[in-house]
Design a protein around this ligand. Structure first.
Ligand SMILES: Cc1cc2nc3c(=O)[nH]c(=O)nc-3n(C[C@H](O)[C@H](O)[C@H](O)COP(=O)(O)O)c2cc1C
Length: 392
């Protein structure tokens, strides 16, 4: 039995008896302790590591040993970065971190498993220790993979002015950038209804990036952006970011909205949980989003990073073919254990080999170039060496 099946059959039933937030917290605590010792890292490495040169990829001048990365939201305050790197993720993104510490949303529970769909309902409200504490915690950290830090405005429950938002994010950036190989701005705003962000307005985004530029040399910056991916919306963002060379890419999503499509769990059950839902059901929308962004970006200048429902090698490969240079995998780790990272990496290698790619970077955007894919796509389309339709 492989390590992923062991997790699913032995560890998961026990862990899933416990409160989700407690499990999350305890995993980070133990992961932190384990990952800080050479013996602990050695054990994790032995259990989970899989390295293959074909998966190494350079993005924004940074070398990622593989494209399967951990997004913001798991290690919010940087407690267990060493352990995360040791299980084989290609990069670790700490956060979201805000300028000031925040306890997150006051209601409990605020994290829910939706097991029939292997999904998570999240109503955390970005709790984190704040920029100063996180910067201090990461001061001596040296990882074998790029370390990203994802910043967000502090959750106060009160709407902030655009000026205050820009000042706050700039303060978080200023404190944290010396620790980061790359930074991400989580543009979803916890203080505004429905996650609508003032940063979705191009003029506000421009002022934010000007404010960042004024802090001095910038690490590569990614924008985690939740925007309806129409050509006009995307072009409006690009018209701003084109003027800021430190913006290296986008982590776009659409954000799942009720009524959720393709979900088995009864709607009435989901209605009892506050928050936003993520999981494999969101995969098709996330794929479309990547297609939409990849079609419009200057591919020499930017990359797109895909998150949302990546739980199999086939799905990972499909995102790469659609244009994603990096992939982010979180929810699938909750349901399959850290072994999912190796599983996806091994499967990616097999799929690259099947389709004749020497290297993962060669497959990025293959779909747009009309290069054929042999075998089944995850959703059963495009089989037997036929090219997928090119998406504009
Ligand atoms: C429990 C949980 C907490 C999250 N917290 C954050 C966060 O603080 N900042 C952020 O940018 N994204 C956060 N996310 C979103 C993830 O980074 C990711 O975009 C999303 O889960 C989709 O990927 P997945 O389907 O692989 O889980 C969170 C997700 C989950 C499940």
């Amino acid at each position: 039995m492989n390590i992923m099946n062991l997790y699913r059959t032995l560890a998961r039933p026990v862990l899933f008896q416990c409160d989700p937030e407690w499990t999350h917290h305890t995993t980070l605590q133990w992961g932190g302790k384990f990952g800080r010792t050479a013996v602990g890292r050695g054990i994790l490495h032995a259990l989970y590591e899989f390295e293959d040169e074909r998966l190494a990829i350079e993005v924004a001048g940074l070398k990622f040993p593989n494209p399967v990365c951990l997004p913001g939201g798991f290690d919010k305050s940087g407690h267990a970065v060493e352990a995360i790197a040791a299980v084989g993720y290609g990069s670790v993104e700490v956060g979201s971190v805000s300028a000031l510490p925040s306890a997150g949303n006051p209601v409990r529970p605020r994290l829910f498993r939706v097991p029939d769909d292997e999904a998570m309902m999240v109503y955390y409200g970005v709790p984190n220790d704040g920029a100063q504490v996180v910067a201090q915690r990461l001061e001596k950290t040296r990882l074998p993979v790029p370390l990203g830090i994802n910043i967000v405005e502090t959750n106060t429950g009160r709407e902030v002015t655009e000026d205050a938002l820009i000042d706050e994010l700039t303060e978080a950036l200023r404190i944290l950038k010396p620790r980061a190989n790359f930074m991400t701005v989580n543009m979803n705003c916890p203080n505004s209804a429905g996650g609508v962000s003032p940063l979705d307005k191009p003029a506000v985004l421009r002022r934010l990036l000007e404010s960042f530029a004024a802090t001095g040399p910038m690490p590569p910056l990614f924008l985690k952006i939740r925007l309806v991916p129409t050509p006009a919306n995307i072009d409006a963002v690009l018209a701003v970011t084109d003027d800021f060379p430190f913006v290296k890419g986008f982590m776009p999503s659409v954000g799942a909205k009720k009524p959720y499509v393709g979900i088995k769990t009864p709607q009435a059950e989901l209605d009892r949980m506050p928050g936003s839902l993520s999981g494999p059901f969101a995969g098709p929308a996330a794929l479309e989003c990547i297609r939409a962004w990849y079609a419009r970006i200057d591919r020499k200048r930017y990359v797109v990073v895909s998150a949302g429902g990546i739980n199999t090698p086939e799905r990972a490969y499909e995102r790469v073919r659609a244009g994603a240079s990096l992939l982010q995998v979180y929810g699938a780790m909750i349901y399959n254990g850290p072994g999912i990272v190796r599983h996806i990496k091994q499967g990616l290698c097999a799929l690259l080999e099947r389709d004749g790619y020497a290297h993962v970077v060669d497959a990025v955007g293959a779909e747009v170039r009309g290069e054929p894919m042999r075998g089944k796509s995850p959703d059963g389309k495009a089989i037997n060496g036929e090219a997928l339709p090119a998406h504009r």
